[in-house]
Every structure is written in C-alpha cells, then in structure tokens.
Design a protein around this ligand. Structure first.
Ligand code: SAM
Length: 257
C-alpha cells in the first residue's frame, strides 16, 4: 500500500534505510566468511583476534581492507612502505607479509604501547620483525625527518635519499592533517607508487546534510575536514584516485607526477 502523509513517507524512508543497512552488514559478513577468512594467514588471524580484545578495537582496519592491502602491495612488488597510525599493528602485519623479504616499513605512531603489548609478539613470531622500523612521534615531524634523511643501501654502499624511495603508504591517523601528509607523501612515494587514506567516508557522515542533528559536533567537524580532503584529492592531477566504499571509506591515490 502506498504511504500517504509526510509522516508515513518519512517512516517508509527510515524503514528502507534500516533494511539497506541490514543488507550491507550481511554483505560484509558474507565477504568475510567466503573470501577473507579462509585464506587469512594464521598470524594475521591471531593478531586480529588479539586486537578485538582491546577496548579501542574499533580503531583497527577491517579484515577485508587489510586483505586488499596485501594484494596491492604484492602487485606493486613493494619493498619500502610507510604506515601512519599503527595501534596494535594489524594493518602493519598485513603489509609486512606482502612486502618483499628485504622490505621495510617505517611505522609511525605517537604511542607504541598497544603495539608492544599486542602486535609485536605476533609480528616477531611471524618472522616479520626485521621489516619494521618503528618511529615514535607525531607523524608530521617524522615525515619531515624522513624527507631530510638519507639511507645507506648495503649492496651498493651508497647513500640514497628517501625522496621517491617508497612504494606504498597507508595513512590511518589524525584525519585533520591528511592534506599535510599528502604533500609529504607525494615526495616520499615514487611515481607509480600508491598512497591509501583510511576513513574517507567518516561513518557515512560526509554524505549527511549539514543540519543533521543526529551527528555530534565532533563528527560534523571531522566530516567537513574529510569532505575538504576528498574534494582536494579529486582535483589533484598529481595522482590517479579511486575512493572505495570498503570499511569506513578508503581512498587510493596512485602517484602519476
Ligand atoms: C586508527 S589507529 C591505527 C590503526 C591501524 N592502522 C590498524 O589498522 O590496526 C590510529 C593510531 O594513530 C595514532 N595517532 C593519532 N594521532 C597521531 C599523530 N598525529 N601522529 C602519529 N600517530 C598518531 C594513535 O596513537 C593510534 O594508535
């Protein structure tokens, strides 16, 4: 039967949104069960389950998202990577597993407590600890330091700049500074390399009307910053971009200039 008054059509709309949300949840559950969990490496599973016991577990990337990172890193044949925002090291381990054997990840976090307590023992057991170069600090000065640093390549005994040396970067911290990180990462990541930004849908609030009272002040501010970031990236001709509706929104940028 067709809804008649404004109240009824609102109810019908709410009903259909709830239905779509349920379907979306079921779709993700299906993807996890059918495609993500069966081939998941044991160590990644162990760290995922250990991370789930942390009171801030919601901060970790989603299993389907880290599976995608593994695939992308493999396809890039990546050797050097950067991760901004480590937490327990869940996405870090997924990246480390896919990097070449002599690869390295510069892992940046203001705090390494969750990593030391939960992630580090699993990463050690998985034989991946040699790939992690953990830097404790705010991301901005650490990225600036990376830009200023040179590294010695053992094979050639040469000093090499960090500029253009990285194949992949994942940014998962401090959303309001994404554009500042972008400028630095565009110098650190090589042409053809990939930069991935997390939470670019900010729980879907980017698409909400500005007067939506169900959204908190903090989320409104972060949604506005995220919208600004998304618009800037879409207009940035130095990258080829693709935004995926996976997890909380993931934006992939391939450096082309
Ligand atoms: C969303 S969590 C990272 C989750 C991780 N990538 C994963 O998937 O398991 C964000 C992390 O960023 C760190 N963080 C927040 N602001 C930061 C900043 N300005 N610089 C560096 N790290 C920061 C926090 O301590 C936290 O551990």
């Amino acid at each position: 039967m067709a809804a008649t008054g404004a109240g009824e059509s609102k109810k019908a709309a709410a009903g259909s949104i709830a239905h779509s949300k349920t379907l979306l949840k079921k779709r993700v559950t299906y993807i996890l069960k059918s495609t993500v969990f069966p081939p998941e490496p044991d160590c990644l599973r162990e760290l995922r389950l250990a991370t789930a016991t942390h009171p801030m577990a919601v901060m970790a990337a989603s299993p389907d998202e880290v599976q995608l990172f593994g695939l992308l890193v493999e396809m890039l044949g990546a050797k050097n990577s950067i991760e901004v925002g480590v937490f327990t090291g869940y996405s870090l381990l997924a990246t480390a597993l896919a990097l070449l054997d002599d690869g390295k990840i510069v892992a940046i976090d203001v705090n390494r407590e969750s990593y030391d307590q939960i992630g580090a023992p699993v990463i050690e057991k998985a034989g991946m600890a040699h790939k992690i170069d953990f830097r404790v600090g705010l991301a901005m000065p650490v990225l600036d330091q990376l830009l200023a640093e040179t590294v010695t390549t053992i094979a050639l005994a040469l000093q090499e700049e960090n500029v253009g040396r990285f194949d992949f970067a994942f940014v998962d911290a401090d959303k309001v500074n994404f554009l500042n990180y972008h400028e630095r990462l565009l110098r650190l990541v090589r042409v053809g390399g990939l930069i991935a930004y997390d939470n670019t849908l900010w729980s879907g609030t980017v698409a909400a009307p500005p007067d939506d009272e169900t959204i908190s002040e903090r989320d409104r501010t972060l949604a506005a910053a995220t919208r600004e970031f998304n618009a800037a990236i879409a207009a940035d001709r130095r990258v080829h971009v693709c935004q995926l509706a996976i997890a909380d929104g993931l934006t992939l940028c391939r450096r082309v200039a």
